[in-house]
Design a binder for this molecule. Structure first.
Ligand code: PMV
Length: 303
């Protein structure tokens, strides 16, 4: 194969970001914003991004990993088309890494080698995350909704929620820095941090029961408790707090930051009947996306 394309979804973490780095469980869903990566063989060795040599790019690093692992003697040129806004907590770097690795795997192996692209995607992700938990690449690979735990991997679940609103606070930030910030908090407040981990895990367990019972109002309240824990470890921001307040005022059941925080995106849990009204109200102040949850994982695309 001389050319191949693959796409992978972005994600929202519904509960448990940051704490997942410390082997706590998190609930994560793929969303219907996707990154598409086209890859073709190239007459110069190595991986090129639109005919340019770029270092420290997650998609480039992921494709390099496949080349190195398979001993491919030619080069690859990649092209990225993504509707996932970068650096706002929606897993854009993991998604481009996984899609790039999948397209490279299609060219070199003639199929998507899921195990190899998982490892390649993680390598790509290491460029932007200080110490990735692996949650972003895992959901980009698998799609759906599930519980992720570093030591146990991913278990798909079903939740009674199809759509969620995402508020983009407009402030970009760096995931690695936010992860380091939480580590510093942990180092200075070890006892309290352990209590927070216990609380955050308990929240996830209660939420799973609430999802089973269809209690979205209850889930919304627990989002606010999760947000309070994230605020305490230092990853909220004025914009995030303003977005959460506005979401609640507009009629959402709950809202919290999603991803690394410090800016980026806030998710709002809203009753299906109210989505349009809440959307309109919030969009007077922030950019808002209505996204569908449980989107499909990585897949081959037509080229
Ligand atoms: O902001 P994002 O999309 O890079 O998500 C980061 C999620 C964290 O839990 C903060 C880090 C991680 O590797 O799990």
């Amino acid at each position: 194969m001389e050319k191949a394309a693959a796409s992978a979804p972005g994600k929202v973490i519904l509960f448990g970001e940051h704490f997942v780095v410390y082997d706590n469980p998190a609930i994560v869903s793929a969303i219907n914003l996707r990154a598409r990566v086209e890859v073709s063989t190239y007459d110069r060795r190595g991986v090129w991004l639109r005919d340019r040599k770029v270092v420290n790019h997650p998609a480039v690093r992921a494709a390099e990993y496949i080349i190195q692992n398979k001993g491919f003697s030619k080069g690859l040129n990649i092209n990225i088309f993504s509707d996932i806004p970068p650096k706002v907590g929606l897993g854009s770097s993991a998604s481009v890494s996984i899609a790039s690795a999948a397209a490279a795997s299609l060219i070199i192996q003639g199929r998507i080698d899921r195990e190899l692209i998982a490892a390649a995607g993680f390598e790509g992700e290491r460029i932007v995350h200080h110490n990735p938990s692996g949650i972003d690449t895992c959901i980009a690979l698998n799609g759906g909704v599930g519980i992720y735990r570093r030591s146990k991997g991913f278990t798909k679940i079903h939740i009674p929620l199809e759509t969620i609103l995402i508020i983009d606070t407009g402030r970009m930030r760096n995931t690695g820095e936010m992860v380091k910030k939480v580590r510093e908090y942990m180092e200075n407040n070890r006892e309290r941090f352990n209590e927070i981990l216990v609380d955050a895990e308990e929240l996830v367990n209660i939420v799973l029961d609430m999802f089973k019972n269809g209690d979205l109002e209850g889930v919304g309240k627990l989002m606010l408790r999760n947000q309070a824990l994230l605020r305490e470890v230092g990853v909220s921001s004025d914009e995030i707090e303003e977005a959460v307040r506005l979401a609640l005022k507009s009629g959402a059941y709950g809202a919290k930051l999603t991803g690394a925080g410090g800016g980026g995106c806030v998710i709002c849990l809203v009753d299906e009947d109210k989505i349009e009204r809440v959307y309109l109200n919030i969009s007077n102040r922030f950019k808002v996306y209505t996204v569908r949850l449980s989107a499909e994982g990585v897949k081959e695309e037509e080229i």
